[in-house]
Ligand binder design. Structure first.
Ligand code: ADP
Length: 602
């Protein structure tokens, strides 16, 4: 009867443990799910064990129930050790193995256990019931011990192979459990009347609960992981800020320096040269800011592709010229081949196509000290689709094989010690890859360290069947708006000056005001304007609020164009929805301004 008390007390302990387990909030991982299975299996196993004791002692009157319960007990033993095996495998190997390989191994193991359970159920079994000892024996039970021994061998191999990891992950209790399982197995085989196995499983489960599966320990582990992640994110942010402030300060320094020189300079040619340098530096600055914006859009999943009609030859030629101008005085030859059979018009996001190409070319130019940069654009046409193949090859510093896979990660910059003088943010290729993906294309890179690199982008664009137009019209319309009077509203004096100078190019009379209030006053005073350029982000009264007030004025029908430096996607739609006639982003692009002037002043 003592033995029954062992099972009963185990059952009570196990039930308490289950209540404890379910009453505390837990982290859910694959291991904890398997551990839950282990606990439930043990609880059920203990019940089966007790029922075996009863049915076998009354085997004569209930032979079928005795047969069922004893076989169920065999099934339980195999299920328990299998669950423990899977658990062991997961805690020691989880991260280091590929998912598919892990699934394949699991499937093989479960198939093996399934077959073993089936065989154990059909092999013959006998019962012993005398001198107070009740147990089952026979080929079926022996077979179960063989399988059990095989599984123990698997445990030992798993532990030997992963010993370092077990020590590192503080999983020493696992070894104790394996030793305990082996000893209990041997004792049970030698003294079957002891019926130790299920109660021993309870002890194993208990040890697991209070060591590796302890909710507090798990929580602390998870907290540590979360803290490490937060630390890493913080470090990355600090590094990003410091590299960004350096990147932003470099062109700012040029702008500031050259502006001071211009103020002291009388020679008009020198002034023009310096102004060109200022323009190059501000373009560089704009690219950096746009890069940061793009990355934040990628992170918010807001990067969009806007397809419009464009002339590919023109775009690729422009990009080539721009890249070539960035070579400066380096002994680098720029080879360019743009396929003459490119369609006249394509439908796609040309600003992004330009950005992708320029990025690859700028990198090639930046990371090549001498030799050449070879830029080619080819196309393969099928029906109304044109497959663009953009290739950029250089004889630059190259990229180490181990870094090729990391090329498209954001903030990754390699060989920093050799590239200390080369400006960069490590964002270009991450953005490029995302853009290519969004366009449904592919980007590949190959490189030999110290020899050179090659980047290829393949994107499909829709062909627009249209006869090529001549550009004469555009140029004829350009400078003659001397009849027009435009009101520019912006709280920033420099912005007003830039706008006024730009409008001057078209002989437009511009009135400049610094607030929405002044704007309303001007209109109310009866001054007639042909167009209003309205900055949105102004203190006290925003451009949008000013516009609402303007619309309340009787007979107000001047076209109003929204101006903003906030260039996140969806801005154009936002302003058009507000009722603005059009939208221009700052810094004002001359072509954009020309488009707006042609539309509203003609
Ligand atoms: P960055 O602004 O630093 O150039 P990118 O994302 O464009 O950022 O490139 C990431 C890194 O990849 C660069 O810092 C550089 O180490 C490496 N790289 C990119 N293109 C080339 C190239 N053509 N030759 C050599 N290294 C390159």
């Amino acid at each position: 009867m003592n033995i029954v008390w062992l099972q009963i007390s185990s059952l009570i302990y196990m039930t308490i443990l289950l209540i404890l387990y379910y009453s505390s909030k837990r982290i859910v991982t694959t291991e904890t799910k398997i551990f839950k299975g282990i606990m439930l299996a043990n609880e059920i196993g203990l019940l089966i064990d007790l029922s075996c004791f009863y049915t076998v002692s009354h085997a004569k009157t209930m032979p079928i129930l005795a047969a069922i319960s004893t076989r169920l007990l065999l099934v339980y033993y195999l299920v328990y050790v299998s669950l423990f095996t899977i658990y062991l495998f997961f805690v020691v190997r989880t991260n280091s193995m590929q998912k598919e390989k892990r699934h394949k191994m699991m499937k093989m193991f479960l198939a093996f256990v399934g077959v073993a359970i089936f065989i154990a159920c059909i092999l013959p079994m006998k019962y012993h019931n005398s001198d107070g000892a009740i147990y089952s024996y026979g080929i079926s039970v022996d077979f179960m011990y063989y399988v059990y021994s095989l599984i123990i061998v698997m445990w030992v191999i798993c532990i030997i192979l992963n010993f370092k990891r077990i020590i590192k992950k503080k999983l020493l209790p696992i070894i104790i459990l394996v030793v305990l399982g082996t000893i209990v197995g041997i004792i049970q085989k030698s003294y079957p009347e002891l019926l130790l196995m299920t109660a021993a499983d309870t002890i194993v489960t208990f040890i697991m609960y209070f060591t590796i599966e302890n909710p507090d320990v798990k929580l602390i582990q998870e907290l540590n992981i979360a803290r490490d992640r937060a630390d890493k994110a913080n470090d990355a942010k600090t590094e990003f800020l410091s590299s960004m402030s350096h990147e932003i300060r470099t062109p700012l320094n040029a702008i500031d320096g050259f502006s001071q020189l211009i103020l002291e300079e009388d020679n008009i040619n020198t002034i023009k040269d310096e102004a060109k340098d200022i323009m190059a530096a501000s373009k560089n600055l704009l690219e950096i800011v746009n890069g940061i914006l793009d990355i934040s859009k990628i992170e918010a999943n807001k990067l969009e592709i806007v397809n419009v009609e464009y002339e590919p030859a023109k775009i690729f030629d422009e990009v080539g010229k721009l890249a070539k101008s960035r070579i400066g005085s380096k002994p680098v030859m720029f080879k360019e081949h743009i396929a003459p059979d490119l369609p006249d018009y394509l439908d796609g996001d040309y600003t992004r196509v330009k950005q992708i190409t320029l990025n690859l070319l700028t990198n090639a130019v930046k990371y090549t000290k001498d030799g050449y940069v070879d830029y080619s654009v080819r196309c393969v046409k099928q029906d109304d689709v044109c497959r663009l193949i953009i290739m950029v090859k250089d004889t630059g510093i190259g990229i180490k094989t181990e870094n090729i896979d990391k090329l498209f990660n954001k903030f990754e910059r390699f060989d920093k010690e050799n590239n200390i003088t080369i400006e960069g943010t490590g964002l270009g290729l991450a953005i490029t890859k995302k853009l290519v993906d969004l366009m449904g294309g592919k980007i590949i890179a190959d490189s030999r360290y110290g020899v050179g690199s090659i980047f290829a982008v393949v994107i499909d664009q829709k062909i627009v069947n249209k006869v090529k137009q001549h550009e004469v019209v555009e140029k004829e319309n350009r400078t003659t708006f001397d009849f027009a009077r435009v009101l520019v509203v912006d709280d920033n004096k420099i912005n007003l000056k830039v706008a006024s100078k730009l409008l001057d190019l078209y002989h437009i009379k511009a009135d400049l005001v610094e607030s929405g209030f002044e704007c309303i006053e001007k209109i109310k005073s009866g001054t007639i304007y042909n167009l209003i350029l309205m900055d949105d982000m102004m203190p006290q009264m925003s451009g949008t609020e000013t516009f609402k007030k303007l619309k309340e004025i009787d007979n107000f029908n001047v076209p109003v164009i929204a101006l903003t430096a906030n260039a996140i996607s969806g801005m154009k739609e936002k302003y058009l929805n507000e009722g603005f006639n059009d939208y221009i982003s700052k810094p004002i692009d001359k072509k954009e301004l020309e488009r707006v002037l042609n539309t509203y002043l003609n």
